[in-house]
Ligand binder design. Structure first.
Ligand code: FNR
Length: 357
């Protein structure tokens, strides 16, 4: 059942990519163009540091899969592309491994193909502390992701219906495992209040996992006999909304959910993310063209991201937080309703100690 579900997720998520590239709330974030702000490409470094992590690039392949023959092959291709480009990578949820040890190779292949890269293991909030450490050990993980996904579970026909123990379980896992813990949503976003609570639970990093890309309400609804949860299609907050909402909530933030291109990565960095991740778009690439196609795509994204930083006058990803951005449309309305000031973001470069203009 579990391995069938993994294969279903891949198939439906790949189909969802047919509509990729359409409008989402990243389009409500616009850089102010300063024509003389540019720096030299040779002076730009994409390295990013946060929570004790040192990543060569501010981009990662976010959690997807493992647990079946087909998804093991996908993990192999994802890991090869991660190795060739230096991009950090997460495995999919290791729940199948806890139930059936014969699936181990479909996850450990990520470390086998990528011995020196930054690898994150992935579990859900119901995993025992022992299993959490087993997941870390299986892939010699540098960090552990715990996904929280109440809406996905709600729509999933065979999903969990009890969520009250999740905060306590997260705290137990954080205390027990040997690596830092990243908590992530799967496409519905993390609010400021949630990030604040995660900080109190000892979590090291929050990955906002916002709305606007792969839609697990839709994926799980299509697996229901009556498809009767279509009304949850637009649930949740986008990644840019979460970044603005949770700024100052106590944790370094990663941005994922609906990242479509290098400009979205730059937008996320400008809103304070330490790095941006994507899943569905990279999955589609490996399913269509294998590891080589993903190496090409990741290399192109990194090259174009460096070009954007160069034109924007940012020598590092962190310097993008000094760039001027306009917040418009539905994103601006969300911020106004949540009491998040955004006007100053459009005028911040002139107030830097060494203004770029
Ligand atoms: C996912 N995602 C996911 N997340 C997680 O924490 N554990 C998991 O096992 C999975 N499984 C999974 C399977 C497939 C096929 C996809 C496409 C995605 C969610 C993923 O990490 C991410 O949060 C969302 O997909 C949103 O990002 P994108 O796809 O819009 O870039």
């Amino acid at each position: 059942m579990s391995s069938q579900r993994k294969d279903d997720h891949v198939r439906i998520a790949v189909e969802q990519q047919d509509g990729r590239g359409g409008h989402n709330e990243f389009d409500d974030v616009t850089f102010v163009h300063h024509a003389l702000a540019g720096v030299d490409r040779d002076d730009v470094s994409l390295a990013t540091r946060f929570a004790g992590f040192h990543w060569p690039v501010p981009l990662y392949i976010n959690a997807m899969t493992g647990g079946s023959e087909m998804t093991g092959a996908i993990n192999r291709d994802l890991a090869i592309a991660a190795r060739e480009t230096g991009v950090p990578i997460a495995t999919g949820s290791m729940s199948p491994y806890f139930k059936d040890r014969s699936t181990a190779d479909t996850f450990s292949v990520v470390r086998k193909e990528n011995p020196d890269g930054f690898v994150m293991a992935n579990i859900n909030a119901m995993a025992s502390a022992d299993n959490a450490q087993r997941a870390v050990d299986l892939v010699h993980a540098d960090a552990l992701q715990i996904h929280i996904n109440t809406i996905q579970e709600t729509v999933m026909p065979e999903g969990d219906r009890s969520f009250s123990s999740w905060p306590r379980r997260i705290e137990e896992i954080v205390a027990a495992v040997s690596v830092p813990v990243v908590v992530k949503e799967v496409g519905f976003g993390l609010s400021r209040e949630t990030v604040g609570l995660l900080s109190k639970l000892g979590v090291a990093v929050a990955d906002v996992g916002g709305r606007g890309g792969t839609n697990f309400a839709r994926i799980e609804n299509s697996r229901r006999e009556l498809a009767d949860y279509a009304f949850l299609d637009g649930w949740g907050q986008s990644a840019p909304a979460c970044l603005l909402d949770a700024d100052g909530a106590g944790l370094p933030l990663l941005a994922s959910g609906g990242v479509r291109n290098p400009l979205d990565v730059a937008r996320a960095l400008a809103l304070g993310a330490a790095a941006a991740g994507a899943s569905g778009i990279f999955l589609r690439t490996v399913v269509d063209g294998g590891a080589d196609a993903l190496v090409t795509q990741l290399s192109t994204w990194l090259d174009q991201l460096a070009a954007l930083l160069t034109a924007l006058g940012a020598r590092t990803p962190a310097e993008l937080t000094g760039s001027d951005v306009l917040i418009q449309g539905k994103l601006a309305a969300f911020c106004a309703a949540r009491g998040v000031a955004t006007d100053h973001l459009a005028r911040r470069c002139s107030s830097l100690p060494n203004p770029i203009m």
